[in-house]
Ligand binder design. Structure first.
Ligand code: PEP
Ligand code: MG
Length: 579
């Protein structure tokens, strides 16, 4: 019988194939008391299983394929450390000795104690780490019970396999890289689960958080994953199957066509060169940026490096290592590192939320405001960025500027950080370019003073729209009012591009608008020559630019900017896209 399940879409695309059920969680185990003369043997059985899993994880860590996503090493290490914690590696042995529990029973008893601690945590990221503890324990249990998961090799010409699991441990995910699986679905997981993070980095369709897919789907049953809609169709009718096959073929053709554009220079029909940069959140994202031929990194959102560290901040060395990794991956092309943009919807941790007592956190202590109240933390980040600048081309970007004095204070601190490095005899780029995000209307309207102090500008349209229209970008109840082509927004963007150009400093757009193919001609016509976006969007935007004539766009955009009625703007925009 055909039916559909709805979960959380975590990785794009459509996968069609036969279900391969991973053995369900082995957490329900037999309980029995071991006889006194068997206690030491039982302890050894437990220790051997733990040692084997530790050795397995270590072996996986040291034999990671060169193209494995960077997160894998960290996750394998995390799992190994969890397992080596005395709570899981020592105390079960004590339970065997003191209460004569069999090894499986002792281990699951300890697991429950650990899980309880996680359940009391409100932070969704930390709470989701409970799954890591369960995955590690499950691995040991499978060794104890001799039921380790086997991943069969799909025979050539056979249908693709879709992995259906309660949850998938990072170590098991490695198999995905080596073998040809079409996609996967899991009962557990949320948008911040490691499984979701890894699915995106592997770029295979995936839906998580399906509840009980593992129970409803049978081995070898035909299933479809729609990784964009978060839908899983089980045992589809021939019509639905055909429909999805066509959809998948269309997506594959479109992808294939786009990939052919990789090596081509990005120029308009009238030979105007345009530069396409990537936005990244983590060093591992550089792989995809390189894969699509990005000109460099236009926005490195460093705040992700600061999150979920349990209230601690990454030190200078940790930050430097991450920044240098990005610089090295981009081999000489520019890397724009944005200083910490926390606050509002990106709190560092729970304490930070308490700290930001504003009733309107988006208008509160966010980004540069936060950094200027924590000069030591800011100086640490500035030194780390400066140090990375010795290894390639680094540009430093200041977020959420509204006042000229914020630029002056930041420039002073940058000078101070440079002085500290000189004293330590550490190398950095003395002429590092300093830019500012234009994402508050006040900044867009104060550009004459800003451009005297800055080397480049980057327009953050996500926030510029939010602050111009007074629309909270995270509030779904006002999402329909979030309008990138509101005349006021268009005016501010075009003014910023014009004034930057006249001052002779580069201007880019790094908000979501830059990655929207429907907006490419509008921005091009305003005179924009640098776009920065999620790497997945680069080739589609490139295709749009290759088909556009900058002069024709400019003429049409002039009309759009002169119009004030939204309906008229709409009509003119349609014409622009159809040019
Ligand atoms: C923006 O505001 O457009 C931007 C790029 O920054 P973020 O989305 O990180 O706020
Ligand atoms: Mg922003």
């Amino acid at each position: 019988m055909s039916f559909a399940l709805h979960g959380i879409p975590v990785s794009h695309g459509i996968a069609i194939g036969r279900a391969h059920l991973l053995a369900p969680a082995a957490l329900e185990v037999v309980h029995y008391l071991v006889s006194p003369d068997q206690i030491e043997a039982e302890v050894s059985r437990f220790r051997d299983a733990v040692d084997l899993v530790v050795a397995e994880l270590r072996a996986l860590e040291s034999h990671l394929p060169a193209d494995a996503p960077a997160e894998f090493a960290a996750l394998l290490e995390l799992h190994r450390l969890i397992l080596q914690d005395p709570l899981l590696s020592e105390q079960p042995a004590q339970l065997v000795r003191e209460r004569r529990y069999n090894a499986e029973w002792a281990l699951t008893t300890q697991l429950r104690a650990a899980v309880q601690q996680f359940e009391d945590i409100e932070d969704p990221y930390l709470a989701s780490r409970k799954a890591d503890v369960e995955q590690v324990v499950e691995r040991v249990l499978k060794v104890l019970t001799g039921t380790a998961n086997a991943f069969p090799e799909p025979a050539p010409g056979q249908d693709e396999m879709i992995v259906v699991a309660h949850d998938i441990a990072p170590a098991d995910m490695l198999q995905f890289k080596k073998r040809l699986f079409g996609g996967f679905i899991t009962d557990l997981g949320g948008a911040t689960s490691h499984t979701a993070i890894l699915a995106r980095s592997l770029d295979i369709p995936a839906v998580v958080g399906l509840g009980n897919a593992g129970r409803l789907i049978r081995q070898d049953e035909y299933i479809i994953i729609d990784g964009d809609a978060g839908v899983v169709v089980v045992d589809p009718s021939p019509i639905v199957l055909e429909e999805y096959r066509l959809k998948r073929r269309d997506l594959e053709f479109a992808r294939e066509r786009l990939r052919r554009l990789r090596g081509m220079p990005t120029r308009t029909v009238d030979e105007v060169p345009v530069e396409l940069f990537a936005n990244i959140e983590l060093p591992g994202d550089c792989e995809m940026a390189n894969d699509v031929g990005a000109m460099g990194i236009g926005l490195y959102r460093t705040e992700f490096l600061f999150m979920n560290l349990g209230g601690k901040l990454p030190d200078e060395e940790q930050q430097f290592t991450a920044y240098r990794e990005v610089v090295a991956a981009m081999t000489g092309r520019p890397v724009t590192i944005r200083t910490l943009d926390v606050g509002a919807d990106k709190p560092l941790d729970d304490d930070d939320e308490d700290r930001n007592e504003s009733a309107n956190p988006a208008l509160g202590l966010r980004a540069i405001r936060y950094c200027l109240t924590e000069p030591n933390m800011f100086l640490t980040q500035l030194r780390a960025i400066l140090r990375a600048s010795a290894f390639g081309t680094v540009r430093l970007l200041l977020p959420m500027l509204a006042h000229v004095h914020e630029i002056d204070q930041s420039l002073n601190l940058i000078e101070q950080a440079k002085g500290q490095l000189r004293e330590r005899g550490v190398a950095f780029d003395e002429h590092i370019q300093i830019g500012g995000m234009i994402e508050i209307p006040a900044a867009a309207l104060s550009l004459s003073t800003f451009v005297k102090r800055l080397d480049f500008l980057s327009i953050g349209t996500n926030d510029l729209i939010q602050y111009t229209l007074a629309i909270d970008r995270t509030d779904s109840s006002v999402a329909h009012l979030y309008d990138p082509v509101h005349p006021a927004v268009l005016y501010l963007i075009s003014q910023t591009i014009q004034i930057g150009r006249r001052a002779g400093i580069p201007v880019s757009v790094c908000g979501e608008m830059a990655g929207d193919t429907a907006m490419a001609r509008l921005l091009l016509g305003m005179g924009l020559r640098q776009f920065s976006m999620h790497p997945a969007q680069i080739l589609a935007v490139k295709q749009e630019i290759l088909r556009s004539n900058s002069k024709a766009c400019a003429a049409q955009v002039k009309k759009i900017l002169a119009a004030s009625e939204p309906a008229r703007i709409e009509v003119l925009l349609h014409k622009l896209v159809a040019l």
